[in-house]
Design a binder for this molecule. Structure first.
Ligand code: GDP
Length: 588
């Protein structure tokens, strides 16, 4: 059977997908509906939704493909040519707080860099390179787990090796496990540094046992994880650790092509007075040179200056090299992939296409990420209401069942009648109810004392009623508990941005005039430019004439600080629309 490929650039309309699949639009809308998506013919579906639906339809001979309109990281992994050359490994150091990550990096930096140079770095750097045995190793700073989540989210598995630092006197802790999971999900090789072996309480075998209980089997015990006992503070065995990093790199045969257009990842970006955008990149392929044009998401520019991690100018960067460049016309996002293009015109065009694709995606995501997730939850067990019905006579059982079925749950909750029967509640009912989260309803029946004891022991709920409406009310309120809370948003006010004082990865400081309503700390914000939605933020503080105030009201001008989940490149004249969002319990 020949496979057919459907390309999806950002999103696809219901109409287009139906045509591509050779289905009628009604049929497709019906399937969407069954999956909880109420769609119209022009509705846009994103890639994930389309894949789910195709699977749901049981269509096997169609392959979905993301079309490359963007320089997103989803198309990051490329096939290597036979001309690919060895590149330095990219290493992240992770582990539980206080287990010694910073100390390890500091000691390594002091040891491996020429005196004085490392000390000269004041600015936050996100990656550095060390030399060991005349070979380079690239270290990524691990600025907290959030950033890693972002990297993971962008699918950029650029970490080749994760060094997990575990203190020998403390063992495996929650963030150790997080680090293990991160490394596994990133497909990175793991090396464990058992740290603080100079300490009195250090117990290497116990730490190894602890690690092996958490899925990391030491090589010494026949497993496949290299574990190196070290003291980061006393500089003990660090050479061995670096040897193991290089050994792992050799085994992995880490390579990259250099005769392709340069590409890589944005690992940090911020604005600096006098310099404009200052962007840290990690080159993953090709060679990036000053004067070249690059695109990252909707941002583009010409590499004006290039510095290495120690702040020294350099003309080009090869794979696995972190560099700091200037020249982007606007700030690219952390985690975006960048690529080199041949000229400014191409760069501009591509950035524009990426911006459109992103807008498309967010438009479709508005429909899917919330709706689909909420709707898909119908199939989730938490949205199934399991009951067992017992009654004194068959007639009462039937009328309880029929009445329960009449409760309108707007399709959000499935009533699952596990069993029905005539007679008192018995052992069997309790057994059956204990399996799932099931409530036993008895109508005009009794519960023998041993049965109610047994139910109490097993955490099974038994409710008996003599009036059917009371039984139904109880069932209804139980179902309401299963409903997702209703998200209620209320508009509060609007500001016209008159000045942008700082935009960082997760914070913005700006000033403006309140056009209507009011602005208070805690309000949420939609950032809008020419009716286009740019992102969401939250007000953290409000100022009038540089003094913190409780609110700004219509007609006033003032400043405000906001926090954001991802960078929003705020500009003068943008509108900030304030609102509140509350989760309310819903009723049936
Ligand atoms: P991080 O939170 O993982 O970055 O941990 P730090 O590097 O900040 O280390 C936490 C504490 O442990 C600091 O007081 C360090 O001096 C200490 N420490 C780190 N490594 C060692 C070591 O090898 N031996 C001893 N004795 N102390 C260490």
């Amino acid at each position: 059977m020949e496979e057919k490929t459907i390309q999806i650039a950002g999103s696809i309309t219901v109409d287009e997908l139906a045509t591509a699949l050779g289905l009628s639009v009604t049929e497709l809308i019906g399937t969407l509906f069954k999956n909880g998506i109420v769609a119209t013919i022009n509705q846009r579906l994103d890639y994930e939704t389309a894949s789910i639906i195709i699977e749901e339809l049981g269509i096997k001979d169609v392959k979905l493909e993301r079309k490359n309109t963007s320089t997103k990281t989803s198309d990051f992994h490329r096939e290597l040519s036979d001309k690919a050359v060895t590149r330095p490994p990219v290493v992240a150091v992770m582990g539980h707080v206080d287990h010694g990550k910073t100390t390890l990096l500091d000691t390594l930096l002091n040891k491996k860099t020429v005196e004085g140079e490392a000390g000269g770095i004041t600015q936050h750097i996100s990656a550095y390179q060390l030399e060991h045995d005349d070979r380079l190793i690239t270290f990524l700073d691990t600025p907290g787990h959030e950033a890693f989540a972002a990297i993971r989210q962008h699918g950029a598995m650029l970490t080749d090796i994760v060094i997990i630092v575990v203190a020998a006197d403390d063992g495996v802790k929650p963030q150790t496990i997080e680090a293990i999971n991160f490394a596994k999900s990133a497909n990175a090789k793991i090396i464990v540094a058992i740290n603080k072996i100079d300490r009195e309480g250090a117990d290497i075998p116990r730490t190894m046992a602890d690690l092996s209980n958490n899925g990391l089997q030491p090589e010494e015990w026949g497993g496949d994880i290299i574990m190196v006992p070290i003291s980061a503070k006393m500089n003990q065995n660090l050479d061995k650790l670096l040897d193991m990093v290089l050994l792992t790199a050799d085994i992995e045969e880490l390579k990259a092509d250099v005769d392709i257009p340069a590409e890589g990842l944005v690992i940090e970006s911020h604005m600096e007075v006098g310099k404009g955008s200052v962007v840290n990149l990690l080159v993953t392929g090709g060679e990036l040179k000053t004067g070249e044009y690059i695109v990252a998401g909707s941002a583009y520019g010409k590499v004006r200056t290039m510095l290495d991690w120690q702040g020294k100018p350099r003309g080009k960067a090869t794979p696995s090299t972190p560099v700091t460049i200037t020249g982007f016309k606007e700030l690219p996002n952390f985690g975006d992939r960048f690529i080199e293009v041949k000229d400014e015109k191409t760069a501009r065009k591509m950035a524009l296409l990426n911006a459109q694709a992103a807008a498309d995606e967010s438009a479709s995501a508005n429909v899917t990420s919330s709706d689909l997730l909420r709707m898909m939850n119908v199939a989730d067990n938490s949205k199934v209401f399991n009951v067992i019905i017992k009654g004194d006579v068959l007639g009462s059982v039937t009328s309880v069942v029929d009445s329960l079925k009449m409760i309108d749950t707007h399709g959000e909750i499935t009533l699952n009648i596990v069993s029905t029967g005539v007679g008192d509640i018995n052992e069997n009912d309790v057994y059956m109810a204990a399996d799932e989260n099931t409530i036993i309803y008895g109508f005009n029946v009794s519960v023998p004392i041993n049965i109610s004891k047994m139910a109490a022991r097993d955490g099974v709920k038994i409710r008996t009623y003599k009036v059917i409406y009371e039984l139904l009310d109880d069932a209804k309120s139980e179902m309401e508990n299963l409903l997702d809370a209703e998200i209620v948003e209320e508009d509060k006010g609007e500001i016209k941005v008159l000045g942008v004082f700082r935009t960082e990865k997760t914070s913005i400081i700006a000033g403006g005039e309140v056009l209507k309503g009011d602005v208070k700390p805690g309000y949420l914000v939609r950032v809008v430019r020419d009716k286009k939605y740019l992102g969401e933020a939250e007000v953290t503080s409000v100022q009038k004439e540089k003094i913190d105030v409780k609110e700004l009201i219509a007609g006033e001008t003032g400043g405000l600080a906001m926090k954001t989940k991802s960078r929003i490149d705020l500009q003068i004249n943008d509108r900030l629309k304030f609102f509140t969002r509350e989760a309310k319990k819903r009723t049936l």
